[in-house]
Design a protein around this ligand. Sequence first.
Ligand code: TXA
Ligand code: MG
Length: 320
Amino acid sequence: MLKADNDKQLQHAGRLLKLGGIVAIPTETVYGLAANAADTDAIQQVYQAKNRPQNHPAIVHIGAIEQLQDWAYGIPDEAYLLAEQFWPGPLTLLLHRHPKVSPLITGGSHSIAIRMPNQAQLRKILQQQNIGVIAPSANLHKQLSPTTAAHVLEQLDGKIDAVLDGGRCSVGIESTILDLRETSDKLRILRPGPITAQQLSKVLNQEVEAPEQHDVSVAGNMAKHYQPQAKLRWLNSNTNANANANITEPHSIILVRSLRDDLPQQQQRALGATPEQFAHALYHTLHELDQKRVPTIWLEPLPETHEWQALRNRLHRAAE
Ligand code: TXA
Ligand code: MG
């Protein structure tokens, strides 16, 4: 384990990446398993370590806006407008892959997903080494994404060259992915995330669609995803302890936004009343409950408003 706040160890992580190692890295969303995006051997090692199918494309992480043109071509003005507004940050842009970039990164596709993470130490490495890195979330295929270095080791210890410990992820769920390959018509979100369609639409002054159903046409965007070991069950919406008789089963836990007085107090976990607080706590709490081998987790349905869309998406897929 390397510490991101130690300059020598940070530089060591950077050199490892440059020279073809696979290193788990902190970002503001979740930890990623990184490889130099110009090194096809290292990329393949990432897929092997995760048990990830080759046709699932990975996101390229860059340290400066100028690096965009190394990976994409025909970049529309909209990309620069959004980058100025939201980068570094949890927004991934889907663009046309530059012809010289390996199709291994993109699962053979001509499009490429790129973002600049909001984690200062990671950006420092990317700038110093002058590299981009692919970084799928640092979990085994389909499992829960890690939000601490310890979570990474639970799933990947022994399979990777190092973990760079940058503390707990500030945002806590994966980035929003926006399709910018065709900008003349309505734009479309492929994966809802911390940055909402409304925020994007306001900056671009253009309509942005955010389908509630996830897009199965995208390889790697499976219905079943983000799964903890515990069984996830939905609370009956007209809740009281009787309508949901099973929740009183010993050791089951109920995830709520704020503590409720119609449910057993000692079984509730309050994750937060705002989407930001809830996202920050969600995977972190699921990891903790898995560690404690909690058999069943009950989920309170989330509000149907756009601010909660990304969290509805993650919970539905985890509970699939
Ligand atoms: O917040 C995040 O985005 C995190 C951190 C580590 O940056 N990364 C992440 O990567 O969530 P991953 O690989 O777990 O999910 C990336 C998803 C893929 O499952 C795929 O659906 C989509 O991004 N994607 C990547 N490249 C694509 C492409 N060329 N075309 C379509 N979809 C793509
Ligand atoms: Mg993932």
